[in-house]
Design a protein around this ligand. Structure first.
Ligand code: RB5
Length: 140
């Protein structure tokens, strides 16, 4: 699938590890930056990635900042975006199975790269379970 990815300066090193993993898994990655370590503002990147998901240009989005908190706050203000802040594996799987999350947020200062790669791998490969979970999603 096509995945839009964005980060701020706090997430740039983790983004550099996640992009090749996604490509190895067969996904097309649209990297919306940032591309340097100078301080930037995470809402700028969250907006670009979420707009791509909203428009259907990308099926999913991944946003990385220092904690993942700022990115998830911005992303969830967008209609149709269901962003999940996942800094461990169980939540990553459940955010797909139960919440049909279409944006994954992670904190590069919270998780190490080994765990973050496993979170990303699980999140992109877990299907939504539908059924009662769809009914609940339809309620918001
Ligand atoms: C940047 O220093 C930091 O505030 C940002 O990456 C993120 O953690 C915000 O939620």
């Amino acid at each position: 699938m096509k995945i839009s990815i964005g980060c701020d300066h706090g997430g740039i090193s983790l983004k550099a590890e996640i992009v090749p993993l996604l490509q190895e898994l067969g996904h097309v990655v649209d990297d919306k930056g940032c591309f340097a370590t100078e301080s930037v503002d995470y809402p700028d990147f969250a907006k670009v990635v979420c707009a791509q998901v909203q428009k259907g240009e990308c099926e999913r989005g991944i946003l990385i900042c220092g904690t993942g908190v700022g990115m998830s706050m911005v992303a969830n203000r967008f209609e149709g975006i269901r962003a999940a802040l996942c800094n461990e594996l169980f939540t990553a799987r459940m955010s797909r199975e139960h919440n049909d999350a279409n944006v994954l947020c992670m904190g590069a200062r919270v998780v190490g790269p080994g765990l973050a790669l496993e979170i990303a791998r699980a999140w992109v490969s877990t299907d939504f379970a539908g059924g009662r979970h769809q009914r609940r999603i339809d309620m918001f």
